[in-house]
Design a protein. Structure first.
Length: 72
């Protein structure tokens, strides 16, 4: 369902939870989501959306392929 385009932070968290991540968990300067031993840093809350480029970097960090993301 979600296209690879700008996304709201709360929607990013929602979809990553659908993929089995827990959180957000506070840690250092950024919160993160956790799945087994994998930690994925997420941007701090702000007024704008998360850009497509940042979303791509987050999905790489989470080991989520584009096809899996778009099938949610």
């Amino acid at each position: 369902m979600p296209k690879l385009s700008p996304i709201k932070r709360k929607d990013l968290i929602y979809y990553l939870r659908q993929l089995g991540f827990d959180g957000p968990i506070s840690g250092g300067n950024h919160q993160y989501l956790k799945k087994d031993s994998l930690k994925v840093r997420i941007p701090n809350p702000h007024q704008g959306e998360i850009s497509k480029n940042l979303l791509i970097r987050i999905l790489k960090q989470a080991n989520v392929e584009r096809e899996i993301w778009e099938d949610l």
